[in-house]
Design a protein around this ligand. Structure first.
Ligand SMILES: *[C@@H]1O[C@H](CO)[C@@H](O)[C@H](O)[C@H]1NC(C)=O
Ligand SMILES: *[C@@H]1O[C@H](CO)[C@@H](O)[C@H](O)[C@H]1NC(C)=O
Length: 217
């Protein structure tokens, strides 16, 4: 093939690409809620790669987070998922603790107690890349009204392919999130359940450098 032909093909390809970008997103194909049960592909340990929000006011809460991981496990009660979460804040403080999520259809409902504050969250999960967890989190005010939504993409390692990030952005657009993103680091809080310490929640845990370097299982 001549150089000119190749160049023509590239031009044609580019035209085709921009055409498909300009066309409507196929949101029905992009956004498929997962039915939640003990077979759902949501279990195990996940590391936050990226999050977005639908109201400007929610950005500040998320931007205080340096890294986040969560572990979801089925419980003996088929309507309940056991949750363990750990967030490293920008000031390097680690917060972590357990929670129970009740599941019904495509929705989970979780009550978190963080530093003595109780917060209520409705969760929905969507089909996503393999080894990814796409979770829509609605934070509820005590009266049950929505404070706003986040859309989180977790992966097993915390890393993500660029093409998978593109798909996430399209899914976020379909779900009416703002085109703004917060990326998590892989500088994870160590799992305090693995240490001998009997106290579990809300303790600072990174006095030494080496125990902060726990890689995900
Ligand atoms: C998280 O902390 C690490 C090291 O302290 C820093 O290099 C990184 O930029 C931070 N990332 C975020 C998203 O805050
Ligand atoms: C979760 O539910 C179990 C069983 O009802 C209970 O023993 C446990 O304390 C609950 N954990 C939290 C963090 O609420």
């Amino acid at each position: 093939m001549s150089g000119a032909m190749a160049a023509q093909m590239v031009v044609a390809l580019l035209a085709f690409t921009s055409l498909s970008v300009a066309s409507e997103l196929d949101c029905k194909e992009l956004v498929k809620p997962l039915l939640l049960d003990s077979h759902s592909p949501i279990y195990g340990k996940w590391v936050l790669h990226v999050g977005t929000w639908d109201k400007q006011g929610l950005q500040s809460d998320l931007s205080s987070v340096n890294s986040s991981w969560v572990e979801l496990s089925p419980s003996s009660d088929s309507g309940v998922i056991t949750v363990y979460w750990a967030d490293r804040l920008k000031d390097d403080k680690c917060l972590q603790g357990p929670a129970n999520a009740t599941i019904s259809g495509t929705t989970s409902h979780t009550t978190f107690v963080i530093n003595g504050h109780t917060s209520y969250h409705d969760g929905k999960y969507y089909e996503t890349c393999s080894d990814c967890l796409l979770s829509e989190d609605t934070t509820l005010l005590p009266d049950g009204k929505s404070k706003g939504r986040y859309l989180f993409l977790f992966t097993r390692t915390g890393n993500l392919e660029p093409s998978e990030l593109d798909t996430y952005k399209k899914q976020a657009e379909c779900l009416k999130f703002l085109p703004e993103y917060h990326f998590g680091s892989t500088h994870l809080c160590p799992d305090e359940r693995e240490s001998a310490s009997p106290s579990v929640s809300n303790t600072e845990s990174d006095q030494t450098e080496e125990n902060t370097d726990v890689s995900p299982q």
